[in-house]
Design a protein around this ligand. Structure first.
Ligand SMILES: C[S@@+](CC[C@H](N)C(=O)[O-])C[C@H]1O[C@@H](n2cnc3c(N)ncnc32)[C@H](O)[C@@H]1O
Length: 226
């Protein structure tokens, strides 16, 4: 394992709640992982290949699902408290990976140098998801894939109304997460080609984060990065 820091990082020093959130993250998600999200992660992540970059790796809940045969696995995470837990999990699971202090809006990779980008429960949290999606498109090689699993704005007006009402408190509780973000629409309008998009439900979690989308979006050959 190498822990790196990048000049282009969105590095953040953890405040008290950020540190507490990093400690509570795995226990808070535990029931939801068991109730189906673990299986969704597994189904998605076994499709990663080549040079693979994960955005906002958090505590590393995806680690156990990556194949050992990837050319390289690079984990990015801008929050120091999360990065510490990620480093601990890498040591525990004896996985080899580079960890970079970088945000999704400013990825420290060359154009068209990455085969797979992973985003699980991250596009809800980045401040500028449209910018992050353009960065993903820039770094992907033609034919490269974004594999995503995100909670999204509900298609039900009633639940969407509650997502809007509770967006502020939830954002404060969940370290910047926007429970009412229409991430599926953002991926659709990014210029990446949607190969697959599936709806699911995040059981054992609060209703405002229950609607999920998982899928694969590809950078078409000859696609402009602009
Ligand atoms: C809800 S957690 C998801 C963690 C992990 N991907 C997972 O599936 O469990 C959101 C993560 O995104 C990170 N994050 C926040 N802002 C980010 C940004 N601008 N770019 C990339 N990651 C960001 C947070 O620090 C946090 O680790």
């Amino acid at each position: 394992m190498q822990i790196g820091s990048s000049a282009t990082s969105g590095s953040r020093d953890a405040g008290l709640w950020a540190r507490a959130f990093a400690v509570l993250y795995d226990p808070f998600l535990w029931a939801g992982e068991k109730a189906g999200v673990g299986a969704l992660r597994q189904g998605l992540l076994t499709r990663a290949s080549g040079t693979t970059v994960e955005l906002g790796s958090g505590t590393g809940l995806n680690l156990r699902f990556y194949s050992e045969t990837l050319d390289e696995l690079i984990l990015t995470e801008p929050e120091a408290a999360m990065r510490r837990r990620l480093a601990r999990r890498l040591r525990r699971e004896q996985r080899s990976s580079r960890v970079l202090d970088a945000s999704g809006e400013c990825l420290p990779f060359e154009d068209e140098s990455v085969d797979t980008v992973i985003s699980t429960f991250v596009l809800c949290t980045v401040d500028a998801p449209d910018v992050a999606l353009q960065e993903i498109k820039r770094v992907l090689r033609p034919g490269g894939k974004l594999l995503f699993l995100e909670h999204v704005r509900s298609g039900s007006p009633r639940l969407a109304h509650w997502q809007d009402r509770l967006a502020g408190p939830w954002q404060r509780f969940a370290e910047g997460c926007r429970c009412n973000r229409a991430t599926g629409e953002l991926v659709r309008s990014s210029g990446l080609e949607i190969e697959e998009m599936h709806e699911a439900g995040w059981r054992a979690m609060p209703p405002i984060v229950r609607p999920l989308l998982s899928g694969v979006a590809t950078k078409a050959a000859g696609a402009s990065d602009a």
